[in-house]
Design a protein around this ligand. Structure first.
Ligand code: CA2
Length: 155
């Protein structure tokens, strides 16, 4: 598929990710959410895509963002639903309902952490899932999403 100028991907970050860079650097690194969002906008731009970045600490608002992505005909979703990844059937159902190509990202390696982090409802609704790459995972996710939707890097 050729990239049109208004193709947008939604980058959704969930609860507590607004705290990035302020504590637990051994787990989440030193980058802030603003750094993540800048990285996403720049990575998306390499494919002629726009990254619309949202963060919420509220499950229902994240569901609303997914519905909005559908209403706005978003080309893809990158989602790090934080702890809701492990608990939220509502987010799983929203992602399944909208049928937008989705990549799940986790900054940390959820499989080397507590067992309650080993299952992800959002991963079940995504075509791919990345964890353990730090914030670089968002760039990798955008590259993978672009490949999935057939958008090539601009020369
Ligand atoms: O590794 C990830 O990206 C997580 O989605 C982060 C969630 C955690 O519940 C998931 O199991 C894995 C937690 C986000 C909290 O982020 C903070 C960052 C800095 C300081 C405090 C919290």
């Amino acid at each position: 598929m050729a990239s049109s100028p208004d193709q947008t991907i939604y980058v959704l970050n969930g609860p507590n990710l607004n705290m990035l860079g302020t504590r637990e650097p051994e787990t989440y690194g030193h980058a802030t959410l603003a750094d993540v969002e800048k990285l996403c906008r720049e990575s998306a731009a390499q494919f002629g895509l726009k990254a619309d970045c949202r963060q919420s600490n509220h499950e229902g608002e994240l569901v609303d963002f997914i519905h909005e992505a559908h209403a706005k005909k978003a080309a893809g979703i990158i989602i790090n639903a934080g702890a809701y990844s492990h608990t939220s059937i509502a987010l799983h159902d929203a992602l399944k309902a909208v049928q937008i190509p989705t990549v799940e990202v986790h900054i940390s390696n959820i499989y080397t952490r507590e067992s309650f982090r080993h299952h992800s409802f959002t991963a079940m609704a995504a075509f791919a899932s990345l964890c353990g790459f730090g914030i670089e995972g968002y760039r990798l996710a955008i590259n993978g999403l672009a490949a999935k939707i057939g958008v090539k890097a601009k020369a």
